[in-house]
Design a protein around this ligand. Structure first.
Ligand code: TXA
Ligand code: MG
Length: 345
């Protein structure tokens, strides 16, 4: 199949809408990462997403809407807490899970009795949903296991020949996927950190539990609240180790680390390149987690493009949006962390 490259024009957005309405697959930009979209109400179209990504069948999808009044048709009911979250953070990078309505095909919910819904803030995304005239199911547009794409080129690298079209809407603003919170549990629970932080959610909800898989590895035998969290994720080909400690401690560790075969790289913060005795790829400013989230997945792909075999990564702070950055980096590193200092928690 030839994959069309569409642009952010009225004509191409209408074309993307036609393809989606007719059961096709189009990768679309959002403010978080590129998504691989299909008509969320068409089980056969949604099944195509799983094939194109090589996604495990038991990993449910997020449904994207372009107007808040589409939500009620997708879920059993909208409790007060859910509406409060929507009023505070929608449109934006927050996904809310609730018991699902009958209209949701099993392919979307992967057999669960809940559905995840998101109202994106990027204007182009909403125009595509409007053009399709249906809500869109869309996971991140990467091959399963790879870093999520944050620009049309990375999306095309993964999806060329597998889907009908990629619509180029430029670089994604946040660069990591949405915050996922479930209200289908007795106490609201954070399943995936993102640009909407736990503190911000608590301000609206009062109480919020943080799922244990957010900051660590799911223990053997524990069922994943969010099936996506049990899979290997965001992984470049290079083997990454997160080094907890100060820049000086990182540099000492890098000086003593030897690598057998292939090249060792550093994944570090902007401006640190001069201090580190390795080839460097940077991922934002140490004191600004939004610059880190914007860069992280691109940096992981750049490491592969540069032929990195092993990577020592500087450890981000886990405060605020930093929790989302650390969560993704930890999975990219396959949970490999070495603590060489005392400072970085
Ligand atoms: O920012 C985003 O959320 C992007 C853009 C395209 O909107 N989408 C995205 O989708 O990241 P995906 O499929 O890559 O990640 C969705 C996560 C997965 O970990 C999945 O297991 C979880 O949300 N999820 C979806 N529906 C769920 C449900 N009903 N219950 C629990 N977890 C769910
Ligand atoms: Mg994903």
């Amino acid at each position: 199949m030839e994959t069309l490259l569409l642009n952010n024009t009225d004509g191409d957005i209408a074309r993307a809408g036609d393809i989606l309405r007719n059961g096709g697959l189009v990768a679309i930009p959002t403010e978080t990462v590129y998504g691989l979209a299909a008509n969320a109400l068409d089980g056969a179209a949604v099944a195509g997403i799983f094939r194109a990504k090589g996604r495990p069948q038991d990993n449910p999808l997020i449904v994207h809407i372009s107007h808040i009044d589409q939500w009620a048709g997708l879920v059993r009911e909208i409790p007060e807490a859910a509406m409060a979250l929507a009023l505070a953070f929608w449109p934006g990078p927050l996904t809310i899970i609730l018991p699902k309505g009958d209209i949701i095909p099993d392919e979307v919910s992967a057999g669960l009795d809940t559905v995840a819904v998101r109202f994106p803030s990027m204007r182009t995304t909403r125009r595509i949903i409007d053009a399709a005239g249906v809500p869109l199911a869309a996971p991140s547009a990467n091959l399963s296991g790879s870093p999520s794409p944050t620009c049309a080129r990375h999306t095309m690298d993964d999806m060329r020949g597998r889907i009908d079209a990629v619509l180029d809407g430029g670089e994604c603003n946040f660069g990591v996927e949405s915050t996922v919170v479930t209200l289908a549990t007795p106490v609201p629970r954070l399943l995936r950190p993102g640009a909407v932080t736990p503190e911000e959610l608590r301000d609206v909800l009062g109480s919020l539990e943080i799922d244990e898989a957010v900051m660590g590895q799911l223990r053997e035998g524990v069922q994943a609240a969010s099936p996506g969290m049990k899979y290997k994720h965001y992984s470049p080909k290079a083997e990454i180790t997160i080094i907890k400690g100060t820049l000086d401690e990182f540099v000492s560790y890098a000086e003593s680390a030897v690598v057998n075969g292939g090249e060792m790289f550093a994944l570090c913060f902007d401006g640190e390149e001069g201090n580190i005795p390795l080839k460097c790829v940077t991922y934002g400013r140490e004191d600004d987690p939004l610059t880190q989230s914007h860069r992280l997945f691109t940096a992981l792909r750049e490491l592969d493009e540069n032929g990195a075999a092993r990577v020592l990564a500087r450890c981000p702070s886990t405060e605020g949006v930093g929790m989302a950055v650390y969560n993704r980096l930890l999975r990219a590193a396959g949970f490999s962390v070495i603590d060489v200092g005392k400072k970085c928690k």
